[in-house]
Design a protein around this ligand. Structure first.
Ligand code: TTP
Ligand code: MG
Length: 405
């Protein structure tokens, strides 16, 4: 534990880099990926577009105004997933201790590789070269004695670089940062600290501990003090035990209760199932979250006897939970479906033959989707001119987009 070296790798302008990879003529130009119509938002922008102030989450209308010469492209989530898998495989070829934390980000524990492969910066450069040659895109890598420091180091490595913090420099490195820059210290905590005149890690470290406990509560204060002192002992969890998995969606326009809403719910359920299946999970409990136009939010759940991840097994339960929601919820703003009480999938002796057959069909569907994309095959109810895909997460698209390769 004492001599640990953790790397944190994060792809540069991920969605935009993939678009440039697939459309080489866009290299060096400002590229924005997102929904381009009214209410569309920016998913990400190339560094050339960021120079104009464009950033993730910005309304597309504003982004276009800030950078009219930008090439705006719709998201292609399946393509990004596929590159993400390739990148994670490159990481795993370096060490089995890889913990993916998002589509474009992972922690790697390279402690065991140092003697064989050289200094952390050398290993990081090697990983970057492999990702560039095998996947065609740039990754920045931060290194340090812990997760929190390596993640912060990546911010200094960006774009397209490496930044390693030695153990001896760790405290000075942390002290230089604003406390809000430390991952895990949220804006609420930063706000409370500001009221005491504390903005930097150094100031927090020198502040009275009892007062911090009074202001933040014991748990949050202890966590804050530990992070500020570089005491982050969290290990890399190659297969993180998930407690729940799911998906939620806020609709661009509120959906009236009735068949339309049930159709959207069916779609959200299918997306949740797809995500659960990617992790190889089956579940016993389903949770439904509903938010209406007045931001009134409820969650309801049901637990069944035998774990499953078949959408047709879950649909009657989800539908029943929705139908039992209060009558006041007439215009739906958000649906979320998630699963808990997870276990790893294995063929159950108690599964009926019919469900076992359905499981095979679902496996075949997953296989085709993995190969040809989420829209290649689906349940009849979800196939049709109105079917929306994950690419619509960033809002509607209006124009005809350039064809993807
Ligand atoms: P990030 O790693 O946060 O951003 P990035 O890879 O585009 O740029 P960089 O790391 O160089 O700063 O997120 C990875 C992808 O996730 C990003 O390409 C698009 C998507 N994303 C969103 O859809 N919405 C968001 O608000 C953010 C931050 C990212
Ligand atoms: Mg990134």
């Amino acid at each position: 534990m004492k001599d640990r070296i953790i790397l944190h790798a994060d792809l540069d302008a991920f969605f935009a880099s993939v678009e440039v990879l697939d459309h080489p003529e866009l290299a060096g130009r400002p590229v924005i990926v997102g929904g381009n119509a009214n209410r569309g938002v920016v998913a990400t922008a190339s560094y050339e577009a960021r120079a104009f102030g464009v950033h993730s989450g910005m309304p597309m209308v504003r982004a276009r105004r800030a950078c009219p010469q930008a090439v705006v492209l719709p998201p292609r989530m399946d393509r990004y997933d596929s590159i993400s898998h390739q990148v994670m495989s490159v990481f795993r070829s370096i060490t089995p201790l890889v913990e993916p934390i998002s589509v474009d980000e992972a922690f790697l524990d390279i402690t065991g590789s140092i003697r064989r492969c050289g200094a952390p910066a050398v290993i990081a450069e090697r990983i970057r070269e492999c990702v560039r040659s095998e996947c065609g895109i740039a990754v920045s890598i931060g290194g340090g004695p812990s997760k929190v420091v390596s993640k912060m180091a990546t911010e200094h490595a960006k774009p397209d670089g490496v930044y390693v913090v030695e153990r001896a420099e760790q405290q000075a490195f942390l002290d230089r940062h604003l406390v809000g820059d430390v991952p895990g210290i949220g804006p609420k905590t930063a706000e409370v600290l500001k009221r005491f005149g504390l903005t930097t890690v150094l100031e927090v470290r020198h502040f009275d501990e009892d007062l911090l406990v009074k202001a933040l509560g014991n748990h949050r204060a202890r966590e804050l003090i530990a992070m500020c002192n570089g005491n982050d002992v969290r290990v890399i969890e190659p297969v993180r035990e998930r407690k729940s998995v799911g998906h939620e969606e806020t609709f661009l326009r509120d959906v009236p209760r009735g068949p339309r809403a049930e159709y959207e719910l069916f779609r959200v359920l299918h997306e949740s199932v797809r995500r659960a299946r990617l992790t190889g999970s089956v579940a016993r409990t389903v949770h439904l979250k509903i938010r209406d136009t007045h931001f009134h939010t409820i969650t309801r759940s049901t637990t069944i006897a035998e774990p499953t991840m078949l959408p047709q097994a879950w649909w009657p339960h989800v539908q029943r939970l929705f139908r039992a929601a209060p009558d006041s919820m007439q215009a739906i703003r958000l649906f979320g479906v998630s699963f808990s009480q997870l276990s790893h999938e294995q063929v159950s002796l108690f599964q009926t033959e019919q469900l076992a057959g359905a499981a095979e069909v679902q496996h075949a569907i997953d296989h085709v989707r993995a190969k040809f994309g989420a829209t290649a095959i689906g349940v009849a109810r979800l196939v049709g001119s109105k079917t929306r895909t994950r690419n619509d997460l960033y809002g509607p698209t209006e124009e005809r987009w350039p064809r993807s390769p």
